[in-house]
Design a protein around this ligand. Structure first.
Ligand code: COA
Ligand code: MG
Length: 284
């Protein structure tokens, strides 16, 4: 898949310890899989999960889905061994938890450089500490960075805020991550919706994330995938409007004008750039 147009609508967490879920994910219509060795894996299971996961990655069968492995932080007793066990199995990227600043990412990049076959392995950062939020622009610019996953549960726990109420208490953090990601040209994937049987609540939170500028959402259960993909895929109406923006603007340009009008609203070159992104997303 062309890396430039790769979609990041749905990113499903799978505990590295759950063989059944690792198997099932080969058929789920997700854009990315976040194979987890961190929070979803109990301390007693860490070593076994690492081997189970490395085996599943070597076996493959995940198709176009971006395989991203969340290791334990490098300053924990598991981090380095996690990295060494999975890096050689060819994951698309490593997801680093609890990133406080660009130094954490650089440290992982340096470690990766020592492991063979990892020249193209990208890095994603969990944005889930107060420190990390304030350093978001520098983290986004760090080596190998491809995207942020926002860790809303950890962040809310650290700040001591609530996750309900349309996420108002988290808004500054969410917006900071989106702006930093866009500034650096990397992807940004929203935090999880914990009540995985509540489809209506999930839909509202997906829509909110999309309206904030998120590229997609991290998920915890297969039941969340369809709704998430639907919300983060441009609708036919949006695609049609994007086409009309582009053609109206091109027509205006051919008459030597820089601004067009569609449905009573002005269309300038920035709207055309947005329209092209919409079409690229729809095509992907
Ligand atoms: N990825 C892939 N498959 C999953 C899955 C996931 N995250 N969660 C559940 N499944 C599979 C189950 O294996 C089961 O498959 P089967 O019916 O073919 O055997 C099916 O989906 C239905 O599962 P269900 O019984 O509804 O869920 P559960 O009660 O077993 O598990 C959770 C619920 C929340 C514990 C589980 O979804 C999970 O572990 N999610 C990921 C949590 C995580 O990674 N957290 C870290 C980041 S927040
Ligand atoms: Mg966490």
């Amino acid at each position: 898949m062309s890396e430039r147009t790769r979609p990041w609508r749905s990113a499903l967490y799978i505990p590295g310890s759950k063989a059944r879920a690792l198997e099932k994910a080969r058929e789920l219509p997700v854009d990315a899989i976040l194979f987890d060795l961190e929070d979803a894996v109990a301390v007693e299971e860490k070593a076994a999960a690492r081997e189970t996961l490395a085996g599943a990655l070597r076996q493959g069968g995940y198709g176009d889905r971006a395989c991203i492995v969340r290791i334990n932080a490098l300053d924990t007793e598991w981090g380095i061994e996690d990295l060494e066990a999975v890096a050689g199995a060819g994951p698309h990227a490593i997801l680093l938890p609890k990133v406080d600043g660009p130094r954490d990412v650089r440290r992982l990049a340096e470690r990766l450089a020592l492991l063979s076959g990892t020249q193209n392995t990208r890095i994603w950062a969990m944005m889930e500490t107060a420190q990390g939020i304030f350093d978001a622009p520098a983290i986004a610019e760090a080596p190998r960075m491809e995207g942020f996953v926002i860790g809303t549960n950890d962040l809310a726990a650290e700040i001591g805020c609530e996750t309900g109420g349309a996420r108002m208490p988290l808004m500054m953090a969410l917006q900071t991550c989106v702006a930093a990601a866009k500034m650096a040209g990397i992807a940004v994937v929203d935090g999880v919706y914990n009540a995985f049987r509540d489809e209506e609540g999930l839909r509202l939170e997906c829509e909110q994330g999309r309206s904030l500028g998120m590229d997609g959402k991290s998920l915890i259960h297969p039941a969340q995938v369809a709704t998430c993909n639907e919300v983060f895929t441009p609708s036919e109406t949006e695609v049609e409007l994007a086409r009309r923006h582009i053609s109206a603007w091109e027509e205006a340009r051919s008459r030597g004008q820089g601004v067009a009008v569609v449905d009573g609203r002005i269309v300038e070159n920035l709207h055309v750039a947005t329209a092209r992104r919409t079409l690229a997303k729809a095509g992907a």
